[in-house]
Structure formats: structure tokens, C-alpha cells
Write a protein that binds this ligand. Structure first.
Ligand code: PMP
Length: 342
């Protein structure tokens, strides 16, 4: 009998204490085709199902420490969904109220998940950031009108500091300080910037070379051009959710980013289908973009390198899009082979 299983440390005294300490998984196919070792940090294993549990916890801890969030207080946030799930669950565990403002274009799985867990959900039409009806501005206005605490994940650097203190340090320890590159997409930029800064901190501490930091950008986002030539310009569009950005958020400012890859949806989808059929890993769109960028980075660096990326959430959050034949056909996108003739 094989009795090996991953060892978790001490019991967690409550749900928020169980956020983080996620496994780092070798992605065998991506590694094999590049001659490198490519690892995915399994953030879909967090209690709320995504990397954004870490952001939510860091923001709540910071607001408590600053004394602005008090027992029985109310938090409000604009989110593509995952931060809203994390905040709603942490608010329950800590005894706060939580109001979530979300564009109605997000996947119906995330909307129904939030409704199922009893979130106070306010859906708004999708509007560009410059429009006052944009979900971020609506959440800020609600905070101001009601004297609630605005989580402000885009420009509140407690977000990236959380990743700097946890995600980065876990990766450094799991890789035993031997990591050549880190690839990651941006929504708020908290994961990329915080992990990059934390990996630089750890490398400096160990008198080691920091890994190459590569932004993974979907089409329809302005960050690729910002990294490549310091302009914010957009090309194409993407069905991925929670990633892509048209401005430099406070979380992104001065992040040590070395390079960028722009990943078209068909490339990300092919990776997502491979991860499922070859590795048994069921992940969402941003994870596909992240792993595709890791594969490109591995090819650019050559065989023998060790690259880490983020598996941000589960494919279950996007069944109606990424695993829906009709939807994919309507967008002229590749369909998972097993869904073509089920
Ligand atoms: N992937 C998913 C699935 C997300 O929900 C988000 C956040 N919206 C990101 C990636 C981007 O993370 P960050 O906000 O830290 O840049």
C-alpha cells in the first residue's frame, strides 16, 4: 500500500489560517516538451478556491491592524469574482458584513457561487475604468456613502505585501532557492508584483540570483506593451477573466518585471486542455495563460531551467465558457477534444 501523502503542519485554528501553504506541482508535459522543470503553485486549493483568498486575507488583516475595520464592520469591494468569494468567506469567519460589486459579464458559475454562499452581491453593467459606473468606482462610492471599509484591491498595496510575505516565501522554500524564472498574469498586479518582490527579497537574503520575472498578458490588455515599450496600448481581446489591465495600479508600480509574453486565447486553451487530460489538473483561463507563458519562457531560456507559475483557480468556475462547445464555437476557439464528440 502506498501510504505517502503530503504533510500538512499543525491543525489550523480557523478557516483564514488554512489559506496558503499550497502545493507546488511539477507540470510533466510542459516540462518534457521544453527540457525544463515547470511547476504550478496550486492556488485553486485555497479554501475559497483561488489565489485571491490570500489577497482578501492580507487586506482584512491590514484593515484590522490599522483599526479601520472593527467588530461588526462592513467591507465593500469591486471584483471579477474571486476576491469577492475570498472576502465574503473571511468576513463570515471574522464576523464582518461584506458587500460585493461585480460586472454582470463574469461567468455565471462565479455569480451563482457568490449567491450560494450568501454574498451581498450587487451586479453592475460592465463599463470601462474611465466611466463612473465601472464596478471599481461603484464600490468606492458605496464605501464613501456608507462609511464602509473599501478593500480597494487594485491600489491597496496590502495586496502585494501579502504575496510578498507568503506566496513568494513559500515558492522560494519549495524550490529550495533554485528558481530561474517566474511567470504570472495581472489583474490588480498584486500576485505578480508581490511575488516578484518577495523572490527578490529571498534571493538577496540567501545571496542568490533573483529569478527572471515574466508578465503573462492576455490579448486585450495594455501591460504587454507597457513592459515591452513603456506605452499602454491594447491589441485583440480575450475570454479569460480576472486578468488584463489598462493602467498601472499602485500594486504594479516599481515591480521588478524583466519581460512579457502576450498569450492568445487559443494557446491558453490548448494548455488548459493538456493540463486536464495529461496531468489531471482542472484549471481556469488565467492558469492557461500563466503556463503558456512559462512554456515560452522555458523555450527562450533553453533546457535545464526551473520555472514557476501560478494555477490561480479551478476550471469548474468557467464550465459555461472554457468547457462549453457552443460558446467556444461562437468565438471560433479550440474545443477540448473529448467535448467535440461526447
Ligand atoms: N487569475 C484569476 C483567476 C483571478 O481571479 C485574478 C484576480 N482577479 C488573477 C488571476 C490576477 O491576480 P492579481 O489580481 O493578483 O493580479
Amino acid at each position: 500500500m502506498n501510504t505517502s501523502f503530503s504533510s500538512h503542519s499543525l491543525p489550523a485554528p480557523n478557516m483564514p489560517a488554512a489559506i496558503g501553504q499550497t502545493p507546488l506541482i511539477l507540470l510533466r508535459k510542459a516540462s518534457k516538451i521544453t527540457g525544463c522543470e515547470i511547476y504550478g503553485k496550486a492556488e485553486f486549493m485555497n479554501p475559497g478556491g483561488s489565489i485571491k483568498d490570500r489577497t482578501a486575507l492580507a487586506i482584512v488583516n491590514d484593515a484590522e491592524a490599522r483599526g479601520v475595520l472593527k467588530p461588526g464592520g462592513t467591507l465593500v469591494e469591486g471584483t471579477a469574482g474571486n476576491t469577492g468569494i475570498g472576502l465574503t468567506l473571511i468576513a463570515k469567519a471574522r464576523g464582518y458584513r461584506c458587500v460585493i460589486v461585480m460586472p454582470e459579464t463574469q461567468s455565471r458559475e462565479k455569480i451563482s457561487f457568490l449567491q450560494t454562499i450568501g454574498a451581498d452581491l450587487r451586479l453592475v453593467p460592465a463599463k470601462p475604468y474611465k466611466d463612473s459606473g465601472n464596478y471599481v468606482h461603484v464600490s468606492r462610492a458605496l464605501a464613501e456613502e456608507n462609511n464602509w471599509v473599501w478593500a480597494n484591491q487594485f491600489d491597496n498595496t496590502a495586496n502585494r505585501e501579502g504575496h510578498r510575505a507568503t506566496t513568494a516565501q513559500e515558492i522560494w522554500q519549495q524550490m529550495q532557492g533554485k528558481i530561474d524564472a517566474f511567470t504570472c498574469a495581472c489583474g490588480t498586479g498584486g500576485t505578480l508584483a508581490g511575488t516578484a518582490l518577495g523572490l527578490h527579497d529571498a534571493a538577496q537574503c540567501d545571496k542568490n540570483r533573483p529569478p527572471r520575472i515574466v508578465l503573462a498578458d492576455p490579448e486585450g490588455s495594455a501591460l504587454y506593451s507597457w513592459v515591452k515599450n513603456h506605452t499602454l496600448s491594447v491589441e485583440g481581446s480575450s475570454i479569460t477573466e480576472g486578468i488584463g489591465q489598462s493602467r498601472i495600479t499602485k500594486n504594479l508600480e516599481n515591480a521588478p518585471i524583466d519581460d512579457a509574453e502576450r498569450i492568445p486565447d487559443p494557446e491558453a486553451l490548448a494548455v488548459i486542455y493538456d493540463l486536464l487530460s495529461e496531468e489531471g489538473l482542472f484549471v481556469g483561463g488565467s492558469s492557461g495563460v500563466n503556463v503558456a507563458a512559462a512554456i515560452r519562457t522555458a523555450r527562450a531560456l533553453g533546457p535545464g531551467h526551473r520555472i514557476v507559475t501560478i494555477l490561480a483557480d479551478s476550471g469548474a468556475r468557467y464550465e459555461s465558457k472554457l468547457f462549453n462547445k457552443k460558446f467556444l464555437q461562437s468565438k471560433n476557439l479550440p474545443i477540448a477534444p473529448w467535448l467535440i464528440h461526447p
